[in-house]
Write a protein that binds this ligand. Structure first.
Ligand code: S3P
Length: 430
């Protein structure tokens, strides 16, 4: 399905942001490892998260939906599934589940769609192998994993990957071996925060996290905050569409996830945060963005992990700013659902924006956005949504070639954007 977006005047109102994807995967997986019942409220019901729910059922865990966004998980010991586990498009599902399954001492084969089957799995296989976990297959899916964990590990998490860190910690939960992860550049710490909420003991010593002696999880209530990666589309749109004012409520503001909000501020956006508080160990709050002049800025490699999934949207904002924006250290973007560095440079250029990849940096000259192009997404949800936002600020409509994959992370994207006044419509296939 092709979608097209058009300039439609100011975007205004409260943006109905869905639950955070990272927290949703973790709530289900940790609930599945815990003793007793876990109730999840505000779960993101997207294809990626539903793949995790389905996988957990295949591991013999009871996972039930009892209302919109409300799920119940009855944790316990896992069993080896009879059939391969299909993780669809989701890197988080496969990498976290590999670690958890290994820790549970079960054997499972993992598969995924064409995009996931190309993504690097060596980064999770290598540390798990060092922990005594056995693998069959190569360094990409399909792969078979077989626990148990028989050795400890001191893992150095380079490149900074929260998925790999989480896989190592989850594997370690099933053993009493010493397990530590060092992070020269910190990645998102939702696993550490949520595991602590489930009763797991940690020592955090500078950049090193060590599992303690208490590794049993007890079921609990998890309230999932709004997804800052999904909120970024509305906040970024408000920053570049004249006359806009958009608010996002109860969104996750964990410092390892708020890089995009900080980036908007650095570019001069009219932005305010309110109602900042803690819930379930995570910082949450409301963010309001009003249209105003924006200026190009430089972003360094160390800043990328805190906005790794928002770089496509940051590039769109940069297109609407004055002057040059340079975003350094984007090598990891080449290994996401698509080569996001190449596709953003290509899509922006097709829409008349001067944009180029310079090594592992993205360089964008801001100014009026011509639009009027059909953009290739290679089935990447964030490439699609970012270019649809670009079209809202462009002189001519922007079309994206494949919009189905938006459902992997944000099934309600179109309706949520429409609620602000955006015009995003289906293009009849020839
Ligand atoms: C995620 C970590 C990030 C991010 C992904 C979700 C997570 O990936 O891009 O969308 O939930 O842990 P990496 O661990 O590869 O950086």
């Amino acid at each position: 399905m092709k979608l097209r977006s058009l300039a439609t005047g100011p975007l205004t109102g409260a943006f109905p942001v869905p639950g955070d994807k990272s927290l949703s995967h973790r709530a289900l997986i940790f609930g599945a490892l815990a003793e007793g019942e876990t109730v999840v409220a505000g779960l993101l019901e997207s294809e990626d998260v539903l793949a995790t729910a389905e996988a957990l059922r295949a591991f013999g865990v009871r996972v039930e939906r009892f209302g919109p966004g409300r799920w119940r998980v009855l944790g316990g010991r896992w069993r080896s599934p009879d059939a391969p586990i299909d993780c669809g498009n989701s890197g988080t599902a496969v990498r976290l589940l590999m670690g958890a399954a290994a820790g549970q001492g079960v054997r499972a084969t993992f598969t995924g769609d064409a995009s996931l089957s190309k993504r690097p799995m060596r980064r999770v296989k290598a540390p798990l192998e060092a922990m005594g976990v056995r693998f069959e297959g190569g360094d990409t899916l399909p792969m078979t994993v077989e626990g148990p964990v028989t050795r400890g590990i001191a893992h150095v998490n380079v490149p900074a990957s929260a998925q790999v860190k989480s896989a190592v910690l989850l594997a370690g939960l099933g053993s009493d071996q010493p397990v530590e992860v060092a992070e020269p550049v910190p990645s998102r710490d939702h696993s550490e925060i949520m595991l602590a909420e489930f009763g797991v003991a940690f020592q955090r010593d500078g950049t090193v996290t060590r599992l303690g002696a208490g590794r049993r999880l007890s079921g609990r209530l998890v309230e999932v905050a709004g997804d800052p990666s999904s909120a970024a589309f509305a906040l970024g749109a408000a920053a570049i569409v004249p006359g806009s004012e958009v608010t996002v409520k109860d969104v996750l503001l964990n410092p390892h996830r708020s890089g995009f909000v900080m980036a908007l501020q650095r570019m001069g956006a009219d932005l305010a945060m309110a109602n900042i508080r803690e819930r379930g160990g995570e910082t949450i709050g409301d963010v309001r963005v009003r249209f105003g002049p924006l200026f190009g800025a430089e972003f360094t490699a160390e800043e990328i992990p805190s906005m790794v999934d928002e770089i496509p949207m940051l590039a769109v904002v940069a297109a609407g700013a004055r002057g040059e924006t340079r975003i350094e250290g984007l090598d990891e973007l080449r290994h996401k659902e698509s080569d996001r560095l190449a596709l953003m440079a290509e899509g922006l250029s097709a829409c008349g924006v001067e944009a180029r990849a310079d090594g592992d940096a993205l360089v964008i000259q801001g100014g009026p956005i011509r639009g009027g192009a059909s953009v290739r997404t290679e089935g990447d949800h964030r490439i699609a949504m970012s270019h649809l936002v670009l079209g809202l600020a462009a002189e001519q409509p922007v079309t994206v070639d494949e919009a189905e994959m938006i459902a992997t992370s944000f099934p309600t994207f179109r309706d949520a954007m429409k609620a602000l006044g955006a015009r995003i419509e289906e293009v009849a296939e020839q």
